[in-house]
Design a protein around this ligand. Structure first.
Ligand code: KIV
Length: 267
């Protein structure tokens, strides 16, 4: 199977009318499984901070943290498009956005970058696109802005907020973004944006009418280390699978039932 391109992603919406399946991954073995299952886009999200690094928000995640995880994901993925999430503080100016996006593409092996925000980051998006970096936008509930918005809350509920997000989606498309993540917005707003844009919308907590869906892999797999938002559907219960396996191993070691002679070397 050949590598999915930006043009393939645009074609899914514009010609094939086929939904786009996106998942996060943060390391080699999980990224390989996700890719082999046929996912279209693998996002190395800055949710890394909460899922793998034990932070209580995405704010402390650094470029070095992200690169450390983008590299093995890029090595594992043979088919999907790999998108690297630009962490908080890494795209405050056009210069820093260009510098850090270049690192993700050249050192990390990603095919595109994702930035959170609308109006505030249009210059960065335009400059990145002009310089040849494919950009995925991200609107609605922006985890990097939780200090400003006061927590993980649905955005775009009032008419003014909805119009602001709608306008920013149009601006991001005009600036050259190839897709936009819509996080935690009402279904009706996501539907309105999706109808209006030529580029695909990828929803998370945005209802069924977007052009694609994204979830955090560990939420979908049923790891229970974090609060589970209402929009998550668990497709497995790896939390209890792993707990049971580790408990059985511990018991076998304590009772001298592991290893057996078959699992040992003869002298
Ligand atoms: O960081 C992340 O995983 C994300 C997705 C949830 C969209 O931004």
């Amino acid at each position: 199977m050949s590598k999915i391109t930006i043009q393939d992603i645009l074609r899914r919406k514009q010609k094939e009318h086929r939904n786009i399946a996106v998942l996060t991954a943060y390391d080699f073995p999980f990224a390989k499984l996700v890719d082999e299952a046929g996912i279209d886009i693998v996002l190395v999200g800055d949710s890394l901070g909460m899922v793998c690094l034990g932070y209580d928000s995405t704010l402390p995640v650094t470029m070095e943290d992200m690169l450390h995880h983008v590299k093995p994901v890029s090595r594992a993925v043979k088919h999907a498009l790999v998108v690297a999430d630009m962490p908080f503080g890494s795209y405050q100016t056009v210069g820093s956005a260009l510098h850090n996006a270049k690192r993700f593409i050249k050192e990390g092996g990603a095919q595109a970058v994702k930035l959170e925000g609308g109006e505030r980051i249009l210059d960065q998006v335009k400059s990145l696109v002009r310089a040849g970096f494919p950009v995925m936008g991200h609107l609605g509930m922006l985890p990097q802005s939780i200090r400003k918005i006061g927590g993980y809350k649905v955005q775009g509920k009032t008419k003014d907020e909805a119009n602001q997000i709608f306008g920013e989606a149009l601006e991001l498309e005009r600036a050259g973004a190839f897709a936009i993540v819509l996080e935690c917005v009402p279904n009706s707003l996501a539907k309105r944006i999706t109808k209006k844009l030529n580029i695909p919308t990828i929803g998370i907590g945005a209802g069924p009418d977007t052009d694609g869906q994204v979830l955090v892999l560990h939420d979908l797999l049923g790891f229970r280390s974090q609060v589970r938002p209402r929009f998550v559907r668990c497709y497995a219960d790896l939390d209890s699978v792993i707990r049971k396996a580790v408990t059985r191993y511990r018991q076998d070691v304590l009772r001298r039932k592991f290893p057996s002679l078959e699992e040992s070397f003869k002298g």
